[in-house]
Design a protein. Structure first.
Length: 235
């Protein structure tokens, strides 16, 4: 409904999505709602390449999709095709999912500045990332991403106020705490007479602490840690 609402007011939809799996899932969902039949949908960046690769073995896909009626940005004509997409595309799918880099940084600044458009986040947004800041504060730091990779100096930043509709949709592909605990309990551990370390990473600090405490309280023979940046462990 959110996508259709934007399209009804002649807006454009930008969907920042991880290039592997999430972008293809979004393509399949759009197709299931018939949105690829009457709309110009553009797929860019790694999402474009991975979509082609996965279709080499379509029987392995849980959710089938097709690239019919989709426009995949030509890497050799990318600048002209992206400019064309900004003018003509109804829906654009591009990495990265947290807006930290990738081709989405080309599309986000102009699309964010028009009220009729929609930016729909479909990935987890880590604290401090551009996607999280956009979601919570309604601002977006625009800078030349390509130039930032070529220079040791920080690039000049322009902070933009988001005028477009910004929403997040939950497409979590991670196990919950109980599933993780069940998986850990199914493993065999051997570390002599000592406890086997389990390092909790890739999550907000509070969540890592909660999971590590749960592991320590409910499992024997292991010691879980909620890790922080620059922590060192000898394994």
């Amino acid at each position: 409904a959110a996508v259709k609402d934007v399209l009804k007011r002649d807006g454009q939809v930008l969907i920042p999505a991880f290039g592997v799996a999430r972008s293809q899932e979004i393509i399949a969902i759009l197709q299931s709602y018939g949105l690829t039949q009457q709309n110009n949908i553009v797929v860019d960046g790694m999402a474009r390449e991975i979509s082609r690769v996965l279709l080499k073995d379509p029987n392995s896909l849980r959710t089938p999709y097709t690239l019919n009626r989709l426009h995949l940005i030509n890497r050799y004509k990318s600048r002209s095709e992206r400019n064309h997409a900004l003018r003509k595309a109804n829906i654009i799918i591009a990495p990265s999912g947290m807006l930290k880099g990738g081709t989405v940084r080309f599309y986000a600044p102009p699309l964010l500045q028009e009220e009729k458009n929609g930016i729909f986040l479909v990935s987890y947004q880590v604290e401090g990332t551009p996607g999280r800041i956009l979601l919570e504060e309604g601002t977006y730091d625009d800078f030349d991403y390509a130039e930032s990779k070529r220079s040791d100096e920080p690039p000049p930043i322009t902070t933009l106020e988001a005028k477009a509709t910004v929403e997040q949709f939950d497409f979590s592909s991670h196990c919950d705490g109980n599933d993780l605990l069940a998986f850990l309990s199914s493993l065999e551990y051997s570390n002599g007479n000592g406890e086997v370390p389990i390092l909790c990473v890739h999550g907000d600090r509070d969540n890592c602490e909660f999971l590590s405490n749960k592991i320590n309280n409910e499992m024997e023979g292991v010691q879980a840690f909620a890790t922080e940046l620059e922590d060192e462990f000898r394994i």
